[in-house]
Design a protein around this ligand. Structure first.
Ligand code: FPP
Length: 210
């Protein structure tokens, strides 16, 4: 969901306003995805690399995650189950603050019975940390390293392989996102900043699957 900062700058607004718009747009894209019978949607909300951003910006993005995970009534209405992917709360390098942990836990519990789309939010997530941890667990468990044993030790072993990866705002790179899971993925690059990514863009991305 790249380009929130540039979207705001182009309108003479602070970067935080771009993130606020970005969170609102994610809610719209979730609705559009549900209408199109998308089974799994995963959004990169905050990476293991993003903590170096200015404190006020980080605090704002954390607040937006608390807000998003609080939209339980809306998710239930859409029959959407929410889950989270990131460094496990108990691990030594994890950085998710307690209040965001609480919002995540509550949203997961309160939408667990929904049977429609699964929305996965990546927060404090980095693919290389995920893979390093899986490798360490393979060593600790003393099992052979295979595709299956590694898959089983990912943060979310049941997250299916990605069909389409979307990168907004003209950035032609992947940035440590689901590197294992995108092995066979189509990639949709668009010049549009994330807040301008609408249902037409979603249709264009999904058309790569035909
Ligand atoms: C990248 O754009 C965006 C982020 C690091 C944060 C993404 C957050 C949101 C879309 C809002 C909240 C989302 C959730 C899931 C609650 P950028 O800031 O790097 O933009 P720039 O490249 O134009 O500076």
């Amino acid at each position: 969901m790249d380009g929130n900062g540039r979207w705001a700058k182009a309108r003479g607004l602070p970067r935080t306003a771009g993130h606020t718009e970005g969170e609102e747009n994610l809610a719209s894209v979730v609705r559009a995805a549900v209408q199109r019978n998308v089974g799994w949607l995963t959004a990169f909300g905050f990476s293991t690399e993003n903590w170096v951003r200015p404190r006020t910006e980080v605090r704002h993005i954390l607040g937006l995650h608390e807000k998003l995970f609080g939209r339980v009534a809306e998710l239930n209405e859409l029959n959407v189950r929410i889950q989270w992917i990131g460094r496990p709360f108990g691990s030594p390098d994890a950085r998710t603050p307690k209040y965001v942990q609480r919002a995540i836990r509550k949203a997961i519990a309160d939408t667990a019975a929904n049977t429609g789309m699964t929305l996965t939010i990546a927060f404090d997530y980095g693919s290389r940390a995920e893979l390093a941890r899986a490798a360490q667990q393979i060593i600790a468990d003393g099992v052979p390293a295979t595709i299956e044993t590694l898959q089983q030790r990912l943060y979310l072993p049941d997250l299916p392989a990605v069909d389409v990866l979307v990168r907004t705002s003209g950035e032609m790179r992947i940035s440590n996102f689901l590197l294992w899971q995108i092995h066979a993925s189509k990639v949709y690059f668009t010049e549009k900043a994330w807040p301008d990514f609408d249902e037409h863009e979603l249709d264009a991305a999904l058309s790569l699957l035909q």
